[in-house]
Write a protein that binds this ligand. Structure first.
Ligand code: VGL
Ligand code: ZN
Length: 192
């Protein structure tokens, strides 16, 4: 299948932060494999003057999802720390819009839409079609895509631009996203 970058498309990059990459505190195996494909998409969207948005996990040091508070995760993406920075090889353009999520000490949010103004920002821009990449496929990408579909956006998940923590769970998440109406596309199926 081929799919076009229409005038109402935007690129949504989920949590491509140092802590989720190899060497970080909560690494996605080969998570940095998403960076090359995402940089290609950034060039395409930038060239067409289409919006580029990046979500970032932006936790307080004592976030509820951290193990010391009974949560499932080691500390990661603490606001303002090196681990919370976008991967240095990701070519974040100056015009990109950044959406911070899960910023309160007692609230977890995997979805970029949860507790943020992402929906209103996208509406304001007239966006209908979201091309999505980032990590982790079965956590924040999944939750963001499912919310996007519920809110009425077209969600296109770019295969080479996503990566999961567990291969099995990543496959299950892809099937679920498909069932809910997402489209899985390869980079070479996107007409740029
Ligand atoms: C994520 C686990 C904890 C993600 C965020 O970005 O997928 N996963 N916080
Ligand atoms: Zn987190």
């Amino acid at each position: 299948m081929r799919v076009a970058l229409t005038g109402r498309s935007a690129l949504l990059i989920v949590d491509v932060q140092r802590d989720f990459m190899p060497g970080g505190s909560l690494p996605v195996p080969e998570g940095d494999s998403v960076i090359g494909p995402l940089n290609e998409l950034i060039v395409a969207f930038n060239g067409r003057k289409l919006p580029i948005l990046l979500t970032r996990d932006w936790h307080p040091p004592d976030h509820i999802s951290f193990r010391e508070r009974g949560g499932p995760w080691p500390p990661h993406c603490v606001a303002g720390t090196e681990g919370a920075e976008f991967h240095p090889h990701l070519k974040v353009p100056p015009e990109a819009l950044i959406i911070s999520k899960a910023t309160g000490r007692d609230s977890e949010a995997y979805s970029g839409f949860e507790g943020t103004d992402l929906d209103s920002v996208l509406r304001g821009l007239g966006v209908r079609r979201l091309f999505v990449g980032g990590v982790a496929t079965e956590y924040c990408v999944r939750a963001t895509v499912l919310d996007a579909l519920k809110l009425g956006y077209e969600a296109l998940v770019v295969e080479e631009a996503v990566r999961g923590i567990s291969r099995d769970e990543e496959e299950a998440a892809k099937s679920e996203m498909l069932r809910e109406g997402a489209i899985l596309v390869r980079l070479d199926e996107i007409i740029r």
